[in-house]
Design a protein around this ligand. Structure first.
Ligand SMILES: *Cc1c(COP(=O)(O)O)cnc(C)c1O
Length: 394
């Protein structure tokens, strides 16, 4: 029993620090109004930024996909699991992001987590030990794990600190240099200075890998994400967008020059050694892309922007602080773990589902409420939350 004793001891330590996580059971589709553990709640916690996760047209496309292709892919992409649906989706994605990349090709992955492992390990495999990786300090856990898997020499540069990155790149003699950053920081909501990062990467002949998990679909006039938002195009760019957030379905893609993608297909182990995602998902994503690119997507993004402005205008905080974010991720920093949990619990009792985010997901002493907005929220939904939060701090 000694092994189990160790785990029980560590779990008790998590409890003592208010760090034990528990999962609630959502009993209805992802939407502002959800049933959770038998209760009707107004949710401000999903990454379903455009409200597409239960969109009737995409649900119908998923059903059609199951009729056409069945439910499982049966094998990995390099054996027999690569279906026509996957190929069509990759063509559409490449075409969609092509204004921002040279000779773009796209590669569909089961999850963004795996896509990040594949990109970093795959690019690092080009020159093995001669690779150096320059990673932003607030990068997503999947990029941190991808950096480990790559076995490249790792430099972590301070959050948003372009000057420090420049010094590190200038001092590097590595054969392959890879700079990697989130576009929208998932726990803070702010944007990375991507134009400046890209200028450095072009100057020092480095790849710039951008994780646009929270930007794809939500940012840019057509929803092409952060590269459209900043109007960037470069052969140094490797782009990762996820398809389980704004796109409402699941999976992710990497887009880059066709030769980069060809290399990943041949060398990236997290792509090669896993069963291909169900083709029905890829089929449903074609409809999701239609919506993102079309007029409906534009209207959804406009509503999201209006909600962001409403929150920032009407929230009146005293000790707590709203972080400087213009995206759908709007965190309120409270600081103390227990106080954050208590705030989330009080909101929950009142019918608002807003998660408390604690270390190690965020730095110690910066526990927060993380409000995420969706185009499916109404101004009235948000006004109710704002009133509840304003009353909470008194
Ligand atoms: C969600 C997220 C991922 C992982 O994507 P999944 O498709 O959920 O695995 C990667 N990077 C960032 C910044 C994310 O927020």
């Amino acid at each position: 029993m000694i092994l189990l004793d160790q785990i029980q001891h560590e779990l008790a330590a998590l409890d003592a620090k208010s760090l034990r996580r528990r999962r609630r059971h959502a009993e209805s589709p992802s939407a502002p109004r959800v049933k959770v553990d038998g209760r009707d709640m107004l949710a401000f916690c999903s990454n379903d930024y455009l409200g597409l996760a239960a969109h009737p047209k995409i649900v119908a496309a998923m059903q059609e996909g199951a009729d056409l292709y069945g439910v499982g892919s049966g094998a990995s992409h390099l054996i027999s699991g690569h279906s026509r649906a996957h190929a069509l989706l990759e063509e559409r994605l490449a075409e969609f992001v092509s204004p921002h990349l040279q000779n773009a090709r796209a590669l569909y992955f089961c999850t963004g987590y795996m896509a990040n492992l594949a990109v970093l390990a795959g690019l690092a495999a080009v020159s093995g030990k001669e690779t150096e990786l320059f990673s932003e300090s607030l990068n997503h856990a999947s990029l941190i794990d991808g950096a480990k898997l790559s076995r490249a020499k790792l430099h972590v540069y301070p959050h948003g600190d372009v000057a420090s990155l420049g010094q590190l790149l200038a001092a590097s003699t590595a054969a392959t240099k890879i700079v990697v950053s989130d576009s929208v920081f998932s726990m803070d909501g702010n944007l990375a200075p991507i134009p400046e990062l890209l200028a450095l990467c072009e100057e020092f002949n480095a790849w710039l890998v951008i994780d646009d998990a929270h930007g794809f679909g939500a940012l840019g006039a057509h929803g092409r994400g952060v590269l459209e938002h900043y109007n960037l195009c470069s052969p140094n760019l490797v782009y990762m967008g996820t398809l389980g957030k704004s796109a409402g379905v699941g999976g992710a893609f990497v887009a880059a020059h066709a030769d980069v993608i060809e290399w990943l297909v041949n060398k990236a182990r997290p792509y090669i050694y896993t069963t291909a995602a169900p083709p029905a998902l890829a089929h449903a994503l074609l409809t999701s892309l239609d919506i993102i690119q079309g007029e409906e997507g534009q209207a959804l993004r406009a509503n999201l922007q209006a909600l962001i402005a409403q929150l920032r205008r009407d929230l009146k905080l005293k000790r707590w602080t709203l972080m400087p974010s213009n995206t759908a991720v709007q965190p309120i920093v409270i600081g103390d773990n227990a106080e954050s949990l208590k705030a989330a619990a009080t909101l929950y009792e009142q019918g608002f589902w807003v998660p408390a985010i604690r270390p190690p997901t965020v730095p110690a002493g910066t526990a927060r409420l993380r409000i995420t907005l969706s185009a499916a929220h109404t101004a009235e939904d948000l006004a109710m939350l704002i009133d509840a939060v304003n009353a909470l701090e008194e």
